[in-house]
Design a protein around this ligand. Structure first.
Ligand SMILES: O=C(O)C(=O)C[C@]1(C(=O)O)C=C[C@@H](O)C=C1
Length: 284
């Protein structure tokens, strides 16, 4: 049976993403995103599932940077999960939840709920922890402290907390994209869902920075009618102003169009690395 690593403990959003897509696997929680990725390179697990981007808050930079600068693993799939954040407390504080002395959650979850936190818990300390499920577990274990967590419904049930305010994220269309990584670039064997399409992800570095360099790179996709669903720049970490670009193309790697675009971009003196060509799964 294949093993899948995820950001733990049990009942994180990442865990839900794993359980919604993979079939017949054992799943293994890791404490941090880098340790989850290391789990694949150390051969403890076959796949790692890591959050990449949230619709409200943007990229999970830790994932992107660790993947690009530390452990370059092929992307073999993507999962898109709807995210509903709830505020929860230990059952003994149900009636006084508005008087909690601190709120715990993952930094991305806190960022997705700023309006709620500002309106309800202004000036109360916000504690960032490694995941939403970790926050829920912590709040249950510290039952003598009047504290609350932002996490999902599954975590409330798993760790015995009571949801006192549902849907505390700031905007309705909250979703997070997760990447599936595998050292051998092996596609998923069995899935619970049909895929919804394919993407191809490239990393591009501009040779130098002449006027119009990025424009010329993008036109290699545009005149081939290759639709891009994302373009993101991240620091190369070699000096201020040096960036690489991550580009998602909305189709599978073919024999003609994408190789043609890559050859054209390389001829411009830019570096191109294929990070993966993979199916994506949208969870309703
Ligand atoms: O803490 C969790 O539950 C996670 O799975 C991590 C994570 C993230 O890193 O963005 C995943 C989805 C949500 O956007 C909030 C947190």
């Amino acid at each position: 049976m294949k093993k899948v690593g995820y950001l733990g403990p049990e009942a994180t959003f990442t865990h839900i993403a794993v359980e919604s897509v993979f079939k017949q696997i054992t799943s293994h929680p890791y404490r941090t995103i880098p340790s989850c990725i290391d789990g694949v390179t150390d051969r403890e697990v076959d796949y790692a599932v890591v959050p990449l981007e949230n619709a409200l808050e943007g990229s999970v930079n830790l994932t992107l940077d660790y993947l690009i600068h530390e452990k370059r693993l092929p992307i073999v799939g993507e999962i898109v999960l709807p995210i509903r954040q709830h505020f929860m407390v230990h059952p003994k504080y149900i009636d006084e939840w508005q008087n909690v002395e601190g709120v715990y959650s993952h930094p991305h979850a806190i960022a997705q709920c700023h309006k709620f936190l500002h309106d309800t818990f202004r000036n109360k300390p916000l504690h960032e922890v490694t995941s939403t499920a970790y926050a829920a577990k912590h709040v249950y274990e510290k039952e003598d402290e009047k504290i609350g967590a932002i996490a999902n419904e599954f975590a409330a049930k798993k760790y015995g907390l009571q949801i006192v305010k549902k849907d505390v994220h700031d905007y309705d269309h909250n979703t997070t994209r997760f990447l599936i990584l595998n050292q051998e670039n092996a596609p998923l064997e069995q899935t619970l869902l049909e895929h919804n399409g394919y993407k191809t992800t490239l990393m591009i570095t501009l040779s130098e920075n002449p006027a119009g360099a990025l424009h010329r790179v993008l036109s290699a996709f545009s005149w081939r009618n290759l639709n891009l669903s994302k373009i993101e720049s991240r620091p190369m970490k070699t000096g201020l102003g040096n960036y690489f670009f991550i580009i998602d193309i909305e189709q599978k790697l073919d024999d003609v169009l994408i190789p043609g675009a890559i050859a054209e971009i390389e001829a411009l003196g830019c570096g191109v690395t294929l990070l993966g060509s993979y199916p994506y799964y949208i969870i309703k």
